[in-house]
Design a protein around this ligand. Sequence first.
Ligand SMILES: NC(=O)c1ccc[n+]([C@@H]2O[C@H](COP(=O)([O-])OP(=O)(O)OC[C@H]3O[C@@H](n4cnc5c(N)ncnc54)[C@H](O)[C@@H]3O)[C@@H](O)[C@H]2O)c1
Length: 463
Amino acid sequence: MEEFNVGVVGAGYVGLVTGACLAHVGHRVACVDKNEARVAELEEGRVPIYEPGLEELVARSRKRLSFTTDLPGVVRNSDVLFIAVDTPPGEDGSADLSSVGAVARSVGRALAEAEREGGSARERPLVVVNKSTVPVGSGDYVSMLVREGAQEVTAGGEVDYRVVSNPEFLREGSAVYDSMFPDRIVLGAEKRDALDTMRALYEPIVEQTFPTPLDPRPRDTVPFVTTDLASAEMIKYAANAFLATKISFINEVATVCELVGADVSSVANGIGLDGRIGARFLNAGIGWGGSCFPKDVSALRAVAREYGHEPTLLDATVSVNERQKKAVIQKLQRDLRTLKGKRVALLGLAFKPNTDDLREAPSLEIARLVHSLGARVVGYDPVAGKKARTLLPDLQVVFDPYEALEGAHAAVVVTEWEEVVELDPERAASLMEAPKLLVDGRNVLDPASCLSAGLLYRGFGRG
Ligand SMILES: NC(=O)c1ccc[n+]([C@@H]2O[C@H](COP(=O)([O-])OP(=O)(O)OC[C@H]3O[C@@H](n4cnc5c(N)ncnc54)[C@H](O)[C@@H]3O)[C@@H](O)[C@H]2O)c1
């Protein structure tokens, strides 16, 4: 395999995982972050985010993996530079590209400074890779900013670089696995040589020729999708918007199921076996959240509106999702009557299991709503609890699900952590106060066992 010097800007969920995986397969990787404390922590061998397998992978790859705040130094030494910084939603819902822009400008300046100080030893153009999720047109925008940055240093601003779009599809909670065994690798570029470099970089992952222990390997080779910049950027938004819509679709069906007395779990099973539909992302409940779906759907809606198109379907996807969180409150109100003075336990706080990420987690809004109606809220999460404490000062956080249930009049399953899915209904019922209401926001508990244990079970669309 051809070994590359790789720079990754942004040592967050995406950048750190990407860097560690590329080092694991044999490249030399420098991860850059502006957060000095984060870089110092990583230097000391501590991984600042929770992601299964990541700490081990970072430790195993340390020989080829470094951490720094020195972006110009990394630009000079890199063949390929990934931009993996955050692109949060701006006030109007569109993606805020200020971090991406700042990095692109600095890259241009660093390239031009290297040229000026005695010419570049570079054998090929620097490939600048947009891994952050960015709207259509961002590849061109990054290219323009690199040039502008270079012009701040030299009049002509002539520097040798290419821009590639390489959107990321990893899922938090299984990010390492998804990066080593991706369903596909999407590459968008205008220049052939940039695509060739990227193909060579990813060869060990495409051919699955990296060292164990990340078995089992689900497939022999990974397909590339090569396209123009704009289409690659659109693929990412379209993928997330589709998945969010699929969840909102089944939630709409669940609401109707509840009215007519059908069971949405059976319906999802019945339709999911149809190969054209597929079984995944058909779990009814409190809906989607997290750092990607909400902001990416909102960014796609903003792009559509910018071009004069009303994104009717995406608007509905969002409003169904908002309704699901309110449905939790309605279910609590129906059986508790008033929430004032009641104790409500939230089982799980992270937006999904196996992550400590609380960005746009449904738990946050549910906790706020329940608290505003006068209830005391106690939250359990095995990993995200500490972060939740800082975000919600009124939330009592515990690290044992049964401690959360002690004296609770109602409990809401928010995140399907293993500890929650395997909850013992008898023990739960023995700890709770009447009416012992259990709102199963993920439809993961067995209604019959809950009912026979004395819990008042309420799922979503389960008849
Ligand atoms: N988290 C996911 O599951 C996921 C999946 C696919 C795509 N994405 C996309 O990847 C991008 C990164 O997401 P994330 O979740 O890893 O974000 P994150 O917030 O975890 O990490 C971003 C990192 O970038 C650093 N940073 C910001 N500006 C910088 C600068 N100018 N110079 C150096 N470092 C800088 C921050 O300090 C932070 O450590 C986003 O565009 C996101 O939409 C995320």
